[in-house]
Write a protein that binds this ligand. Structure first.
Ligand SMILES: O=C(O)CCC(=O)C(=O)O
Ligand SMILES: [Fe+2]
Length: 323
């Protein structure tokens, strides 16, 4: 079945030879997708396909081969135990809300402990496979550079000064996450997946292996649609902060993973988020008649700490609640 989400060719925006009109067309296509569904496929994004494949292969190697001792060595720990509560390996086992394993790495910071402020500790890189850290650093550099270009395109589509965006993402607090979802043949009783949630940052660049029927997106009519992988493309989605930044013009859309296949599924989101201290307030004026008495704005680090301290997955099978 053809993908339902729009596929956006980002090539002209990155091409120094392309006309301004061609770039504007890309920006307008992106703008439409962000207002409409908040999810789109991005093709011709400039990240080498061999690098993407090498990342997926390496993450698979980690989930297939890392020993329990290695996982324990890099396990995410609570602040009181010396970790920063955000970086490292974790395993979620929730009967209804989906089980998965993940390793989270973030932009390196000048560590502030121990004990560490949430998010402010050192990364705990897997050592299986041996070149994982180096490969990931190359990958993060490419994707964060793409993130900057997409922000420029967003500014063009919205008709705002791109410096407002670029000055708040030049030290983007990125989060590289490798995720493994067990196949159904595994012995655990839980369903593999992630419960419905929105991402809390700006923009997620998701690449996955070729497994179909896993990621679902809630469309405007309230139906869950599949967002299956499209060869060579990222699945991108808007997070809550960009929604706030655009006065909710851009949608931060609920999604979930219900993994149905018999084999291990690998996915790697890179969450492209604002600078740690960035203050985000709407770049678009209130529409006529809408009051703007309440000063709106959020500091990224406050959002981050809140999100990390409360689990973001819920039961994948229930409709969104209103809280
Ligand atoms: O694995 C996927 O397809 C999506 C993961 C996801 O939504 C997340 O980690 O926020
Ligand atoms: Fe997500």
């Amino acid at each position: 079945m053809a993908p339902v989400l729009p596929i956006i060719d980002f090539g002209p925006f990155l091409d120094p030879e392309a006309s301004l009109e061609a770039k504007k067309n890309v920006a307008l296509e992106l703008d439409r997708a962000c207002r409409d569904v908040g999810f789109f496929y991005l093709k011709n994004h400039g990240v080498p396909l061999e690098l993407m494949k090498a990342m997926l292969d390496s993450a698979r190697e980690f989930f297939e081969r890392a020993t329990p001792e290695e996982k324990e060595r890099i396990a995410l720990k609570k602040t009181a135990e010396g970790g920063d509560n955000a970086r490292g390996w974790l395993q979620v086992r929730k009967k209804d809300a989906g089980s998965h394993e993940a390793v989270d790495m973030y932009r390196p910071v000048q560590a502030t402990g121990p004990p560490y402020i949430t998010g402010m500790g050192p990364n705990k890189w897997p050592s299986t496979p041996a070149n994982f850290k180096k490969l990931s650093e190359t990958y993060v550099e490419k994707v964060t550079s793409l993130g900057n270009s997409v922000m420029k395109a967003f500014a063009m589509g919205l008709g705002v000064d791109d410096e407002i965006f670029l000055s708040r993402v030049d030290k983007a607090f990125w989060n590289l996450r490798i995720l493994g979802y067990e196949g159904r043949k595994s012995k655990s009783k839980e369903n593999a997946g992630i419960g419905e949630h929105t991402d809390f940052g700006i923009l997620t660049f998701l690449m996955t292996d070729s497994t179909k029927n896993s990621l679902q997106v809630l469309d405007k009519t309230g139906e869950w649609i599949w967002a299956d992988p499209v060869e060579g493309c990222y699945v991108c989605n808007i997070g809550d902060m960009l929604s706030e930044w655009t006065r909710n013009a851009y949608k931060s859309t609920l999604h979930r993973v219900c993994h149905n296949s018999d084999s291990l599924r690998i996915s790697i989101p890179l969450f492209f988020d604002p600078n740690w201290d960035a203050f985000i307030s709407p770049v678009l004026p209130p529409s006529s008649g809408e009051s703007d008495e309440k000063t709106r704005g959020i500091r990224y680090r406050d959002t981050f700490i809140r999100a990390v301290e409360k689990p973001l997955w819920r039961d994948p099978l229930t409709p969104p609640d209103s809280s």
